[in-house]
Design a protein around this ligand. Structure first.
Ligand code: NDP
Length: 235
């Protein structure tokens, strides 16, 4: 049995990860989201899963909620083999330009996209230590690549994902001794509420790629920055 925990699982890429993993009989999924009571699609998946998709409440900007979610998962399993930090925000571009960006906007995006993933790993570390080839996957973005940054704007989102990549590198060093593999992963440009209808990839294709990459991770991948198709991204 593989035990998987994921944040932001009620829609978009997170929901599709749960859908594809739920089709694997040997998987137990701890699907975390802000409002499990109204997460209709996730609830339907859970209902059809023979009790293998567990819904857990998690607001990632609330430290107590993070600790409560980890504790709730800990009542159902003594180990996590895969933790996916998926929840994130990318506010409208017009609020993230040089002219419009505010400290409140910057700090909010950094809280959701950078600080929260670190604190989620902190709360799940004991469960991860008991996992089998345990993995932490931080959903980053090509927009977090310094190398690729030849355009302006998106100060909150780009900065938060570059900083998340730094969190990945720190975790990779801190957790390597426990055999935990940590990576940053770019899902591609995906047709979700965040990616928009014009994006390149369907959630199905992106998540098929993501799971192929995640399944194939070994210790030598620790601390890397990969694309959904397995290629390496420049930091
Ligand atoms: P969506 O906007 O479709 O979904 C975002 C998810 O994050 C939702 O489940 C949302 O929950 C959750 N979330 C947001 N804020 C919080 C919070 N404070 N607490 C808990 N959950 C929260 O995004 P995608 O599915 O497209 O993106 C998934 C990941 O992939 C993100 O990390 C994103 O940055 C990354 N990515 C996406 C790309 C794309 O093209 N789509 C491109 C590159 C990277 P709620 O419904 O409650 O708001």
């Amino acid at each position: 049995m593989q035990h998987v925990a994921i944040t932001g699982s009620n829609r978009g890429i997170g929901l599709e990860v749960v859908r594809q993993l739920a089709s694997r009989p040997e998987t137990e999924i701890y699907a975390m989201c802000r409002k499990p009571d109204v997460a209709a699609e996730l609830r339907a998946l859970s209902k059809d899963s023979n009790g293998r998709v567990h819904l857990i409440a998690l607001e990632v900007t609330d430290d107590a909620s993070i600790r409560a979610a980890a504790a709730a998962v800990g009542t159902k399993t003594d180990r996590i083999d895969l933790l996916i930090n998926n929840a994130a925000i990318n506010p409208p571009g017009k609020t993230q330009t040089l002219e419009t960006i505010t400290s409140a906007e910057m700090l909010h995006v950094l809280h959701v996209n950078t600080v929260a993933p670190l604190l989620v790993v902190q709360a799940f570390t004991e469960l991860l230590k008991k996992g089998s080839l345990p993995k932490v996957v931080n959903l980053s973005s090509e927009m977090g690549s310094l190398d690729d940054r030849d355009y302006g704007g998106y100060y909150g989102y780009c900065t938060s994902k570059a900083a998340l990549n730094m969190v990945t590198r720190g975790l990779a060093a801190d957790l390597a001794g426990y055999g935990i593999v940590t990576i940053s992963l770019d899902p591609g440009w995906v047709q979700t509420e965040m990616g928009g209808d014009g994006a390149d990839l369907t959630p199905e294709d992106s998540v098929r790629g993501i799971l192929r990459v995640v399944d194939s991770l070994t210790r030598k991948d620790n601390g890397t920055y990969l694309r959904w198709n397995g290629r390496t991204l420049a930091w």
